[in-house]
Write a protein that binds this ligand. Sequence first.
Ligand code: 48H
Length: 259
Amino acid sequence: MELDEITISRAILSSQMEKLLEFMEMDVAVVGGGPSGLTAAALIGEQGFRVGLIEKKLSVGGGMWGGGMMFPRIVVQEEAKRLLDQFDIAHTSYTEGYYVASSVEAVSKLTASACDAGVEFFNLFSVEDVMIRGDTRLSGLVVNWTPVEMAGLHVDPLTMGCRVAVDATGHDAVLARLVERKGGDVKVRGEGFMWADCAESEIVSHTTEVFPGLVVCGMAANAVAGEHRMGPVFGGMLLSGERAAALATSSLRQENSAA
Ligand code: 48H
């Protein structure tokens, strides 16, 4: 059979447009495809909610791909070992309570789990603003193509509605900062110095709904809380993603039962 270029183009455009239209209203928008966002998205998607993952770069994985200083290895502590097992990420014990895994395998398996859970990926989309009506609740995201942002082109964005947004944008805590900058009741304290023990032990408690409809997780949670950073130990990112998933799904269920 001869291949027809126009058919190939039509297949891509029509299937992606269909997905985009379907995700104009989603249950949860996870912004940022690093380890915490991938974990959150996979665990929310598994529960049957419509989850879109919006990632400004070409590939997901965030800061996990590079491991520690480009050595593609991550360390995960005892508390999060069960999540390595849950996502079937191979690991070896280094010394008591410290496990080592391949960063490439970790990103790949988290991503595969999110795909299996029905998460839809919107890569090369950059969130540049949020929608909030009358200071009450975040109700959507304002997005544009990353290349538009990179080229500094004056192109108006589009919007995507969501019932809950998860800010998994890492060190920049983009969504929380946007809400703060525009007068929402959120204070982003900015992350502290490197102190792995504090940073890892506190990250789950910093994973909260900081504004109605906005949950922060991963490094964004520590940045909002003014917590320390931790370097290439990733257990906290997985645990924080898990907590974000629990918060987002319980908020959706409450809303469903109130309706
Ligand atoms: C869409 C966006 C936008 C935007 C950013 O940095 P990440 O890997 O985030 P976490 O929190 O899941 O993991 C943090 C970890 O990788 C890390 O950096 C650690 C543990 N550091 C410790 C230390 O001491 O340094 O991923 C965030 C993702 C990236 O892929 C960004 O491209 C994406 O969010 N992103 N996506 N719209 N406006 N901003």
